[in-house]
Write a protein that binds this ligand. Structure first.
Ligand SMILES: Cc1cc2nc3c(=O)[nH]c(=O)nc-3n(C[C@H](O)[C@H](O)[C@H](O)COP(=O)(O)O)c2cc1C
Length: 221
């Protein structure tokens, strides 16, 4: 199948992780609904549609952020537990993101303040938690990922920004309590949704990607 207008390619290239939103610009519900309806078209193992998404706005979102920040200011995990073989790419993107925020390498306090914005959902007016049933396995989390990427692309197409956030899953109990998430669901990550702040340089980063050959192997003989 081709995309004669090039729309999909433009949207894929246009999406980027947004780390500063316009707090006071609400996301119209109809655009959110349209995007969610598109995301529901994602494929899944046996069509079980295992994604569960909880979205908070208004006072509910504010209470969630307040509780998350309270926890995070007391301390948060220093690493995301990535094996050393992946750490270099993480350092590279960290350098880019903090560099664009104007944070010098050794400035630990500025870095900490920037990291804390994770638990403020980067000021997004819509604060989400992406979940999956605890009895399902990695293959079903793949389906959740497909839903998530489709959602982020649909939002991008509508001029709305987003950021997936594993950082939110560092405090599952807080998220669970404030979003009333049932026990049988695992919190995989957070999702910030809102209009990007155009003046925030780190919102315009073109993060690099490996060449295809680094990740894909053709066996043709
Ligand atoms: C599952 C997942 C979790 C992520 N968690 C975070 C996070 O906690 N904080 C953050 O700032 N970015 C987070 N990101 C964004 C990645 O850093 C980003 O996707 C990557 O650097 C590529 O940049 P791009 O999204 O702008 O193309 C996450 C992305 C994914 C897919």
């Amino acid at each position: 199948m081709t995309d004669p207008g090039g729309t999909l390619s433009a949207v894929v290239h246009g999406r980027r992780s947004i780390r500063m939103f316009l707090r006071d610009k609400p996301v119209p519900r109809e655009l959110l609904t349209e995007s969610l309806e598109l995301a529901m078209r994602a494929p899944s193992n046996s069509n079980i549609q295992p994604w569960r998404l909880f979205l908070a706005s208004g006072r509910r979102r504010d209470r969630l952020v307040e509780a998350l920040l309270e926890q995070a200011t007391r301390g948060y995990p220093a690493t995301v537990g990535l094996p050393e073989s992946f750490a270099e790419l993480r350092r590279e993107v960290g350098k880019m993101v903090y560099g664009a925020m104007g944070i010098a390498r050794g400035d630990r306090e500025a870095r900490r303040i920037a990291q804390l914005r994770n638990w403020e959902y980067f000021r997004a007016p819509v604060a989400g938690a992406v979940c999956v049933h605890r009895d399902l396995g990695p293959v079903d989390s793949m389906s959740v990922g497909m839903f998530l990427q489709t959602l982020m692309l649909a939002l991008t197409e509508r001029g709305i920004g987003s950021c997936a956030q594993v950082s939110i899953a560092h405090f599952p109990d807080v998220v669970r309590e404030h979003l009333e998430i049932p026990d049988e669901l695992t919190v995989l990550c957070g999702l910030a949704i809102g209009y990007p702040d155009p003046d925030f340089a780190a919102n315009h980063l073109d993060t690099p990607r490996n060449p295809v050959e680094a990740n894909v192997v053709f066996r043709e003989d």
